[in-house]
Design a binder for this molecule. Structure first.
Ligand SMILES: Nc1ncnc2c1ncn2[C@@H]1O[C@H](COP(=O)(O)OP(=O)(O)O)[C@@H](O)[C@H]1O
Ligand SMILES: [Mg+2]
Length: 232
């Protein structure tokens, strides 16, 4: 692949935290190049730097050193405002604890994201119904999060994350609060979404089942990339 074919690239990505007199290295020079339509697993123990890496790629955190390129564009120096725009257009997030609006129905949670992206009413109604169907929740559109199981709540979160057709989905421990079977269903749904929508998914996890769904598996240890395995 040529340089511009990569959707996500990082160069020497470093993130340190100062805690008192000590400098903690969360990331120590991460070089990554991820193509389009890939299901990528970022594996590593707790504290290895997975969340920090995802947050920097999604613009929720800033590197101490190094560069990030998204779709060939250097986004390392974007302002907070520019990041908000970029996220609304290009990046969907899925978190361990679902992070839904608790007083909103499933449909309203999805609709909110589309409204923020500036979509008109008619289109929103159509797209919300479409993504809820895609995640198998058409019948639950009017239910609120507390009326649903964990797996269903994560499906709503996934519907919300993909509603605007983002090129990138960042999922931080998406199966962390689910039992094994439900976690598997969620991974299989994410795999379908990558295949159907051509999105690139980056999952941070210590769940080894993710590997069977992934095109590439990267291993993080103490803020460094140890190894990469590519399927196929
Ligand atoms: N806000 C922070 N202040 C100080 N240290 C932090 C902070 N956030 C993360 N760290 C440290 O950075 C390292 C990587 O953390 P993190 O990215 O959350 O790892 P993971 O998601 O793999 O568990 C850990 O040593 C963690 O303690
Ligand atoms: Mg984490």
């Amino acid at each position: 692949m040529s340089e511009n074919d990569y959707l996500i690239q990082t160069e020497g990505l470093t993130r340190t935290y100062k805690v008192g007199e000590r400098e903690i290295y969360a990331l120590r020079g991460i070089d990554l190049a991820i193509g389009r339509g890939q299901f990528v697993s970022m594996r590593g123990r707790s504290g290895s730097g997975k969340t920090t890496l995802l947050n920097i790629i999604g613009g929720l955190d800033r590197p101490t050193a190094g560069r990030v390129r998204i779709d060939g564009r250097d986004v390392s120096d974007l302002s907070d405002r520019e990041w908000v725009r970029l996220r609304r257009q290009q990046i969907g997030f899925v978190f361990q604890s679902f992070s839904l609006m608790t007083s909103y129905s499933a449909l309203e949670n999805v609709d909110l994201m589309l409204r923020l992206a500036g979509m008109g009413h008619k289109e929103r109604v159509k797209r919300s119904a479409e993504v809820l169907e895609l995640v198998g929740l058409s019948k639950w559109a009017d239910h609120r999060p507390y009326e649903m199981s964990g797996g269903q709540q994560q499906r709503v979160a996934i519907a919300r994350a993909i509603a605007t057709h983002p090129a990138i989905i960042l999922a931080d421990e998406p199966t962390g609060e689910l039992d094994t079977a439900t976690g598997r269903d969620i991974l299989s749904l994410l795999r379908q979404i990558v295949d159907k929508q051509g999105a690139t998914l980056l999952i941070a996890t210590h769940d080894l089942t993710v590997d069977t769904f992934a095109d590439s598996v990267y291993e993080l240890q103490d803020g460094q990339l140890l190894s990469a395995t590519h399927a196929g």
